[in-house]
Each structure stands twice: as structure tokens, then as C-alpha cells.
Design a protein around this ligand. Sequence first.
Ligand code: NAD
Length: 476
Amino acid sequence: MSAAAVTAARHLAESDEPRSLSWRRRQLTGIREMLTADADQLAEALEADLAKSPAQAQLTEIGVVLSEIDHTLKNLESWARPRSLDVPLFLRPASARLQPEPLGVVLIISPWNYPVQLCLSPLVGALAAGNTVVVKPSEIAPHTSAALAELLPRYTSADAVQVVEGGVEETTELLRHRFDHIVYTGNGHVGRIVMRAAAEHLTPVTLELGGKSPTWFDDDERLEAAARRIVWSKFTNAGQTCIAPDYVLTTPDRVQPLTQALQKACRQMFGRDPRRSPDYGRIVNEKHFDRLAAALQEHTSANRAGAGATVAFGGAQDRAQRYFAPTVVHSPAPRRGARGLALTAGARGDDALMAEEIFGPILPIVPVDSAEDAVELIRAGEKPLALYVHSASAQTRELFERRTSSGSIVHDAGLVQAGAATIPFGGVGESGIGAYHGEASFRRFSHDKPVVEKPYLPDTLSFAMPPLGRIKRALL
Ligand code: NAD
């Protein structure tokens, strides 16, 4: 199956067709049509996989891709235009330009948490740049995977988009083939597997990974507004968002007021019993549910050993429904170790809630003495995918911008950076390699080929040709 898909995609990529802008536009308008005419089918699949309501599906998946397509269609012609380059004096007379050309066949391996958006957004960029594409949706969102496999070929030209469904075995098989670029979105462990396989063929990769994205809070004046935005960013999709705030850092005196404001915001958004809210999602499967339940249990049981982690609110769970309530935890203060301040978990000091990306609706609040300590703590860990700062102080905002490194930094909000086609999206260090969206996607999936024209006359090049004795004389 995968060999046939790759061969068909390669065959088309080697023809002239995908080079034309009209072919590229046809693919994008086709996907646009799919997202409007068959939006219901996709929304139903998202509801079956993640209990996303139709409104959530529209807001966080379908709508994001539609605006990506519109932005790309509007700008494609100017992005695809050659850009002229300066030529230095010694090369004149001559002209040089950068001509973007398609890479060939792009492989997209996508995850389950935003299974429509994270499959189609890179697809839009890869097609816009004139590539053909093999898409491997996540088997962990099986309804969405099946819907994409059925719909995409119907709305795009024959062989332009090959959907290969399956899990580890099928992906391993796919990765044996040669591609011209691989986009992988998911965790760093598999990211390394993908990069190793890509190295066999010297294939460049874009890795969209995750990590623990911190949030700093010290904006007392706008406590309630900040709490609403933190709740929205954290508990959308039940916390299963790569750029969700992983934990909050604030000073000890702010822990209680912030907790109360977060609880109030949760009630406003999801009601007294979030289980009944159409806007509150479910954990994708039992395995992830059990992982979260165990992490919470382990973190709070450290309390009995005197470490001080407690559930401030939430914590309710229903495994049969895969319901995990929005949960806020008061975590212990970080400890100072050999590498400076580090998140700790009391008794053992390495429980999953503090050591790994949470990727679920549990929000620890970690007290630190100052913004400087927060910076030290963040710098001691891996570079996060996102960093959020809620501070009225220009100095504090600048401190985080200057002293920390992350895929992106957002002041006074969360999640918003991922939905804008004009803002490149990606990680740095452990949180990923390469950014995409809008023009960044077009450039990522194109080769910028320099084209140089050097006229025969006047023949200035002969000065560089042996015998070089006269140059030596002129230079001495
Ligand atoms: P996942 O399990 O769905 O895996 C992603 C893809 O990798 C799937 O298509 C899967 O089939 C494939 N895969 C899994 N194991 C493999 C293996 N051994 N060999 C080859 N392919 C394999 O998704 P996940 O990793 O659970 O997703 C969650 C992670 O993704 C989190 O860390 C999250 O932060 C990150 N994420 C990042 C972004 C981003 O844009 N940076 C977006 C969403 C999720």
C-alpha cells in the first residue's frame, strides 16, 4: 500500500503539472470545498474521537485551515515570484534571482489531538509550494483518519494527495521510502525515530514537538481576565494541546487569589459540572486517561510524604466516559539542584506531572519567589514550545523575552499564536525543528534556487582565468 502511494506521488511530482500555479490553486480550492461541503462529516469524526463539539471543531480545526487556505490563495502568486538578488561588483555585469521550486514528495505524519488541523495545515503549505504529498493521519483518532482518507482524494487531483492509514507498523514501512521533506508532529521520542529514518536519504525534516510550556502570572490588576485566558488555553480540548500552558509560575502570595479566579473562570466557561458542558472534551483513550490519573495520584500522594502537592479544585474522573475534570493542583516550590532551580515533586522529586509534558486537564501552580526565579527555572529545563506571560510590568515582559528561549512567547493570552497564518509556528531545541504556516510553509516546502545569468560580453570573467600573472601584478 505505502509503496504504491509513494510511487504514484513521485510520478506526479516529476511531471510538470504541480509546478503550475493553477494546479496548486485547484488543490487548495478543492480542500476548501471539502471543508465546507463535508464539514459535518469531519465534525462528526472529531466528536467521535475527542468529543469535540461542532462549534469547537469549527473554531479550532476547520476554521483555522480555512483561513490558512484563504491567506495562501491570496498570496501564492507573490510568494512564488522570483526575488532578485544583488550581484557584487566583481561579478558584474550579471543578474541573479531566487526562484522557488517544489521539493518533490512531502510526507506528513500527523497526531491525534487536532487531527484535522495538524494534517491539513502542513498539507496546504506543501501543495501550495507545488509538491505532491503522502499523508499519514494518527491511528489514535481513527474516525478522523478514516474521514480524511475518504474525503481528501475526492477533492484533490488524482495522485496529488495519498492518504496512508495505520499505526507504528505502517509508519515504519513508509519511512523506508525516500521523500524530499518529512513533517512530523508529535512527541520527541518518535521525532528522533523519524529523523533517523530521514537521515538515511538525507531528507530534511520539520519536527513539531511538545514539552512543558510555562505561564508566568503577576498581573494583579487583571487577575480575572488573565485567569479566563489561562483556563481557556489550558482546558480547550481537555488540555490535549501542544501549546497549552503546562503549569503556572507565580509568587506564593498570588497562589490563592489566582486559584479562586481560575475556579470562577472554569465555572463561567464549563458550568458547575463540566461533564455536562458541550464545550468540554474527553481524553482521547483509556491509555492516556490512565496516564493522567496515575500522574495526578503520584503527584498528590507525595503530599503525604510532606511535599505539599494538593488538588485545589477538580480531580473528578470517570474512566468509562474518559471524563477528567478541569483540575488545578498546588505544587511544591522548586528545589535548587546542581543545574539551578528545578520543578520538584517532593518525596521522589521526579514524578510524571513535573517531569513530563502533562497533555491533559491538570494545571499545577508552582510558587516561586520572583520573576527572576521563574526565568532561572525555565532556563534549567528544555526550551519550551510556548511561553506565556501575564504581567503588567514592561520590565518583566522584557525579562522573559530576553532571558528565555521558546518556540513562541505570548503576552496576556495563550493558544492564539497557532491560529494566525501570518505568524510562523514551530519549536526550538527539544520542542522542534522548523516553523510553518502561511509564507513560512511555502518557504519550508520550496527550494529557493539561485538562478544566475552572466552575459558573455563584456567578458569580465577572463580576468579570473589563467594565466593569472597580470592579476598578481595588479594586486601587488
Ligand atoms: P501520536 O501518538 O498520534 O503520534 C503522532 C504520529 O506518529 C502518528 O501518526 C503515529 O502513527 C506516529 N507514530 C507513533 N509511534 C511511531 C513510531 N514508533 N514510529 C513511527 N511513527 C510513529 O501523537 P503523540 O505523540 O501522542 O502526540 C502528542 C505529542 O505531540 C505531545 O508531545 C504534543 O505536545 C505534541 N504535539 C505537537 C504539536 C506541534 O505543533 N508542535 C502539535 C500537536 C501535538
